[in-house]
Design a binder for this molecule. Structure first.
Ligand code: GUN
Length: 289
């Protein structure tokens, strides 16, 4: 039996604009007060075209809402020592409140060592092991990774019920999958993780009330993966035949899902809005310290 429902779009563009509007007002008040202005520094190593687009969007949004932002770009052959020196300099620069090292880094660099070198108090990405540990223990001081935190904000904006629901997370990256599951658990969802070694993925995902796809496989999730009425969140940003597509085959799933995020215009803008919110939060915390 085919069940045809029309999905409601989870409009990340619209919700992110609301978030950003609130931040913008706070920044106006900061400017008016004559206080130090929050500053985000984004570090980009190499010339990955997708990363260049992402960091450009982050810097542009920071400027738009009245934050100071600086983009530091380095050639792909930057050494580990040189990169660590840059991070140490930013850690000790009191005018810098947020540091983001764009990932992925070139292969010769040790990503974990680089992330761990960032002062946890300036770690806007929430990827430092200390922040991930705080997230694991449910500490409100944890700076939460931007993409999964943005997904939770989006789901809440649409009053998608989470408590007692079965959430299936496709993917186990440190930046999205793992923290996504932890945040859903914090919302009292029952969480399952699936990944590349999970046999018969669809058998798991069909049990999901909330399905989050973050595996980087274009259009992996088709209608057979989705329980009718489920909420489907697509974190994937893949290029297929020159087009931007997610991990979800939108055309196939849109009739089946209750709620669905589009690509683009779903999770992406929420990630950027959350980055701005994290920077402002760390700024405020630095003033209290
Ligand atoms: N690469 C893709 N998304 C992100 C992100 O949110 N943060 C960082 N640091 N790198 C990324």
């Amino acid at each position: 039996m085919t069940q045809s429902t029309t999905s409601q779009i989870l409009d990340g563009k619209q919700v992110s604009q609301q978030v950003v509007e609130g931040l913008s007002q706070e920044l106006q008040a900061i400017h008016a007060s004559g206080a130090v202005i929050p500053k985000l520094v984004v570090v980009l190593v190499g010339d990955d075209p997708a990363s260049q687009v992402y960091v450009g969007k982050k810097a542009k949004m920071a400027q738009k809402i009245g934050m100071l932002s600086e983009l530091l770009t380095f050639p792909a052959d930057l050494s580990q020592g040189e990169l660590l020196a840059v991070i140490h300099r930013l850690n000790t620069d009191a005018s810098v409140h947020g540091i983001l090292v764009q990932l992925p880094l070139p292969k010769h660099l040790d990503t974990l060592a680089v992330i761990t070198a960032v002062d946890p108090k300036k770690d806007v990405d929430g990827l430092h092991p200390l922040n991930l540990g705080l997230l694991l223990t449910g500490d409100p001081l944890a700076c939460k990774p931007c993409t999964p935190a943005g997904v939770i904000t989006l789901l809440k904006a649409y009053d998608v019920p989470l408590a007692g629901k079965h959430a299936v997370v496709l993917g186990r990256s440190n930046i999205v999958g793992k923290p996504m599951g932890l945040l859903l658990l914090q919302e009292n969802a029952t969480v399952s993780y699936c990944h590349s070694k999970t046999p018969d993925l669809a058998a798991f995902t069909r049990q999901a009330d909330i399905l989050v796809a973050a595996v980087g496989v274009p259009k992996l999730v088709t209608a057979e993966f989705v329980k009718p009425g489920a909420t489907v969140v697509d974190v994937g940003i893949n290029r297929l035949d020159g087009k931007l597509v997610g991990d979800v085959d939108f055309e196939s799933v849109v009739e089946q899902a209750g709620y669905i995020t589009p690509v683009p215009g779903g999770v992406g803008p929420m990630t950027i809005a959350t980055l701005m919110a994290n920077t402002l939060a760390l700024y405020k915390r630095s003033l209290r310290a």
